[in-house]
Write a protein that binds this ligand. Structure first.
Ligand SMILES: C[S@@+](CC[C@H](N)C(=O)[O-])C[C@H]1O[C@@H](n2cnc3c(N)ncnc32)[C@H](O)[C@@H]1O
Length: 280
């Protein structure tokens, strides 16, 4: 019943973020349970498909900015997700062939599929939990690829909503950037809702489906980021972060979700919010 070639030992009785999000981007490595989870979620939150795709398009623009304008050559991509087109190292190395990337994801399926596509001499993928960054920083590949005497960019793209308040998201977002040298960058995004009651319903529903989730308001995300300097245009709906109609397109959305594309043109209170911040 699987849609792509998933190894048999990966559990298929609960949805996972990596597989469900990957499906919205046009990926094939997912199960019925992941697709059904998205089909259920879009009943109440039809913006999700647009939001996922807008986030992934932002990734391209943000990494390009970090390489070309901020001069970053090393990246740690927390919660990197399943490989698709224009993964971080491909974008970064298009503009700076010497760029290095460590991909981290909690879901072991990302390692299974990512090994071939995300790892080479200058990039690697590890299974790790962003809530335990000391374990991540001790990994041999991290020590080999990341030089903390040089600026680093830490990416938390569309992952901050997976951090519950009890996880202390501020600490998690700032563990590396607070120790990194000036000129390092934090790049992040999460699903936000201007209507806290709707956001709370979304959090309850997705968490009940088995994926830890906390929709926040923009102000709640902002509160984690004091002391860092946002690059223009600041922390915004990602649609408004340096839009580029000529950037490379994403893979096509699956046919079952085509009717949800474009909903955020009229529905404006649920969106992916984020940006790029520099450590002064
Ligand atoms: C919505 S996807 C985002 C993927 C990618 N960052 C992007 O923007 O395209 C969220 C990813 O975060 C991963 N994730 C969730 N909680 C995590 C944790 N505690 N540590 C590491 N990865 C996590 C999931 O497995 C999933 O692959």
């Amino acid at each position: 019943m699987k849609n792509g070639q998933i190894p048999v030992d990966v559990p298929d009785d609960v949805p996972t973020s990596a597989r469900a999000y990957g499906w919205m981007l046009g990926g094939k490595d997912n199960y019925v349970i992941d697709r059904q989870f998205i089909l259920d979620t879009v009943q109440g939150f039809p913006e999700c498909v647009d939001i996922a795709r807008q986030n992934r398009a932002f990734l391209y623009r943000a990494v390009r900015y970090l390489v070309k304008e901020a001069g970053i050559r090393q990246f740690i991509d927390m919660g990197c997700g399943l490989p698709t087109n224009n993964n971080v190292h491909q974008v970064a190395q298009r503009f700076a062939p010497d760029a290095r990337v460590v991909y981290v994801d909690i879901d072991p399926i990302v390692l299974v599929h990512g090994r071939a596509l995300l790892a080479d001499n200058s990039s690697t993928i590890i299974t790790g939990d962003m809530r335990d960054q000391s374990a991540i920083l001790e990994r041999d590949d991290v020590v080999r690829l990341i030089d903390f005497d040089e600026p680093v960019a830490v990416l938390f793209l569309s992952v901050v909503h997976h951090l519950l308040d009890a996880d202390d998201p501020r600490r998690i977002l700032r563990t590396i950037i607070d120790k990194a040298v000036p000129g390092s960058h934090l790049c992040l995004s999460q699903v936000v809702c201007d209507d806290p009651a709707r956001g709370a319903t979304m959090s309850r529903q997705i968490t009940a489906a088995g994926i830890p989730w906390r929709t926040r308001t923009p102000a709640e995300l902002d509160s984690f980021l004091d002391g860092l300097e946002p690059a223009e245009p600041g922390l915004v709906n990602l649609l408004d972060w340096r839009p580029d109609p000529f950037q490379p397109p994403l893979e096509e959305a699956p046919e079952e979700l085509a009717s949800y594309l474009g909903i955020t043109e009229t529905s404006k209170d649920l969106y992916e919010y984020g940006g790029v911040l520099r450590k002064p």
